[in-house]
Design a protein around this ligand. Structure first.
Ligand code: SF4
Length: 227
């Protein structure tokens, strides 16, 4: 079985609690959302070419071809939204586990059924809570909560991308869900790249009243001009 993949490359993890760690990245094509701040709009549609090492290949891409390109011990599976291709993702995870790779899954947190299919295979979950004032889309709090519950026994953190329009209710929903599942789960506040949010420290302080680990981490790879 093949998968619809945008690219495979090696870089540092630029977001979240594993920031700075070297990883192989497998970027899936296709997304069920269209966030205002999306920095990979070319990945929102499933059609498109696969890029590797400055060469262009057709999609779908065979599993063996992908596995052959994975040279790092930690593999970040990102998108787009990888959970839109759950059967292929499951095959990929199974093969990566046979290769003793650590699997880091980045997801927009909206497909709990698909997440359940692969939950036993992934080691680290970077789970987005989509904030309506930043995405421009309705909230999906129930779906985020379902996935957080399923991921709670893993290494998991919640990432909320925000801009200066964050409203208190959005922070309240985010904190309440994490607190209900496990208040030790880290919350990463990630400002939209290039936006100045004057009350960032106040937002962090408010969340810290109920959660144990609240961090402000920007997209480091963009400052370094890396992929
Ligand atoms: S979920 Fe991610 S890939 Fe999809 S539109 Fe939003 S930012 Fe882009």
């Amino acid at each position: 079985m093949g998968g619809y993949i945008r690219e495979i490359f090696t870089s540092i993890q630029g977001e979240g609690i594993r920031v700075g760690q070297r990883m192989a990245f497998v970027r899936f094509l296709g997304c069920n959302l269209s966030c205002n701040y999306c920095d990979v709009p070319e990945c929102q549609k499933k059609d498109g070419p696969f890029l590797y090492n400055r060469k262009i290949y057709p999609n779908p891409v065979g599993l063996d071809f992908i596995l052959d390109k994975i040279t790092e011990p930690v593999v970040a599976i990102t998108g787009g939204e990888p959970l839109l291709q759950p059967l292929f993702l499951l095959d990929l995870c199974n093969e990566l586990k046979k290769m003793n790779r650590i699997i880091y899954l980045e997801t927009n947190g909206t497909l709990p059924g698909a997440f359940e299919m692969v939950a036993g295979k992934v080691d680290i979950v970077a789970l987005d809570f989509k904030i309506p004032s930043a995405t421009g889309r309705p909230g999906m709090w129930k779906k985020h909560e379902e996935i957080l519950k399923l991921a709670a026994k893993k290494e998991v953190f919640v990432k909320m991308v925000i801009n200066e329009n964050l409203i208190p209710r959005e922070l309240e929903y985010t904190v309440s869900i994490i607190e209900k599942v496990d208040k030790n789960i880290p919350l990463v506040i990630q400002p939209v790249f290039g936006r100045r949010i004057s009350n960032l420290l106040d937002i962090q302080k408010k969340a810290m009243e109920r959660l144990k680990d609240v961090r402000i981490i920007p997209q480091v790879h963009k400052y370094l001009k890396l992929e």
